[in-house]
Structure formats: C-alpha cells, structure tokens
Design a protein around this ligand. Structure first.
Ligand code: KIV
Length: 271
C-alpha cells in the first residue's frame, strides 16, 4: 500500500497521510517548464520553486537578490509543466519580512499569478504572525528552519546550524510555534541528524530535510546539485545522481565537431 501512488494529485492532506503511514516524501527544486514536466512525470511528490533560482539560474552568490516578480515568472513556468505534484513557491527575501500584511500580499500575488499550490518562508517566531495571516486566507504555508539562506549575512557561514544547546532549543520551540500557526510542513536545513529526529518525532506535520539526516519525513535536493549540472558544490549531505555537466559537455563538443566537419546536417537532416 502506498499513499502517494493512490492519489491523482498530491495535496497537503496527502503529505499528512504519508507522514502518518511512515511513507517518505520526495521533493526537488525546479525553475522551468521542461524540468518540472520531467520531474512530475517521474513521480516526484513536491516541486519547490526555490529562491535558490537566484544562485543556480541567475548566477548570484546568495538568494537575496531574486525578486518577487522573478519568482513569479519561474513558478508560472513550473506550474505549466506539472499535472500531479504539489508546487511550493518560495517567498523571496524582502517580500515578507516587513510585516504580516506585506507577507500576505506577496503570498496572494504568488497564488493568483502562478497557479502554485502553496508558499514557503524562512524563520521561526519572527514570522509566526505572517504564517497565521496567510494560512487564515486559505493559503498553505511551508516553514523553513535551521540554515536559512536568506539570513546568510547574519550567520556569516553556510556551516551546520543548531549544534549548540541554545540554538537547538530555539529551533525546537520555533518548530512547534510554526506547527501551531498552521504550517503544513517544515524544511529542516543543515542541522544535526539527532536534532532533526527529535523535531520530526515531536511534530504531527511532516519535516523535509536537506542535510538533516534520515529521520525527517521527506528529503529535498536542489536539482542542479543532484543532477550534477553544478559540480562545484559538494557538501557532505549531497548525493549526485548524474553528471550532467560532463554529459552535456561531451554532447556539445560532439555537435561542434560535427558542424565543423560538415558531418551535420547530412542528406536526411535537410529539406
Ligand atoms: O531555495 C531552495 O532551493 C530551498 C531548498 C534548499 C530547501 O529553500
């Protein structure tokens, strides 16, 4: 018996049932129509239109520069490619931290203009009021704790978070507050596996881990990292399933050589 195979569309309710049944949740990022179509057809449960688009699509060093309009463009493209999975769209830096009204307006723009099914935002206690307000309008919200990349200049490093007692205690408290505020799931990024286990077991909503060990209710990876498009990023938590960079280089070099030698196009490839 598999909860996710039995449903035509993955919803936040499906994820809740998956957690209850002990069935792991798969999530991957995507930013465009073509990859979203492939991932959805492959059977992925959730596509995250992550603000990591700022890094992997636009080439910025951090996630901070991406705008709400740019996130909307990526999310619209992804939504056109999917039939079955749940689409979560990141609220970018600067589109929700001001106050809960600003957060609500940004969430509403995403829902109205993209057709996405839910939004994600980073932070704990400080975003609880915004979460309540957004959830109150009927928009599902995913939380994000641990290494929250929009706060990179506060952290100063991309190293593992919540190794110290005080930060771990705050994270546990924040997780409960986000659940009480109505979040349907939580991303736990780069925290000790033992802490992620404790948090996952203490919550009724699913946790989705990235660098947070095997006890989370699901896992997420950035598509460019797991497909080997971006080969410079090699953290310990990353499993690389393909080396697309190498495969694409070989294919493009082959194409260049065929063009230069006039092998391409041949008589069957012309009108
Ligand atoms: O933007 C993103 O890709 C993310 C994941 C790393 C969880 O937030």
């Amino acid at each position: 018996m598999s909860v996710h195979k039995d449903v035509k569309k993955i919803t936040t309710n499906t994820l809740q049932k998956m957690k209850a049944a002990g069935e792991k949740i798969s999530m991957i990022t995507a930013y465009d129509f073509s990859f979203a179509k492939i991932f959805d057809a492959a059977g992925i449960d959730i596509i995250l239109v992550g603000d990591s688009a700022s890094n992997v699509m636009a080439g910025h060093e951090t996630t901070l520069p991406i705008t709400l309009d740019q996130m909307i463009y990526h999310a619209q493209s992804v939504v056109r490619g999917i039939e079955r999975c749940l689409v979560v769209v990141d609220l970018p830096f600067g589109s929700y931290q001001g106050n809960s009204k600003e957060a609500l307006n940004s969430a509403i723009r995403i829902m109205k203009e993209t057709g996405g099914h839910s939004i994600k935002l980073e932070g704990g206690e400080e975003v609880v009021e915004s979460v309540k307000r957004i959830v109150g309008t009927g928009v599902p919200v995913m939380g994000h704790l641990g290494l929250t990349p929009q706060s990179i200049y506060k952290f100063g490093t991309y190293t593992v978070r919540a190794k110290e007692e005080a930060e771990a205690e705050k994270l546990k408290k924040d997780a409960l507050l986000l659940q009480e505020a109505g979040c349907f799931a939580l991303v736990l990024e780069k925290i000790p596996a033992s802490l992620a286990k404790e948090v996952s077991e203490s919550l009724t909503i699913p946790t989705i881990g990235i660098g947070a060990g095997s006890s989370c209710d699901g896992q997420v990876l950035v598509m460019h990292d797991m497909l080997g498009i971006n080969t410079e990023f090699k953290p310990r938590f990353l499993r690389q399933y393909l080396n697309m960079s190498e495969q694409i280089t070989t294919a493009v070099q082959h194409y260049i050589s065929d063009v230069k030698s006039s092998d391409f196009p041949n008589v069957n490839e012309q009108y």
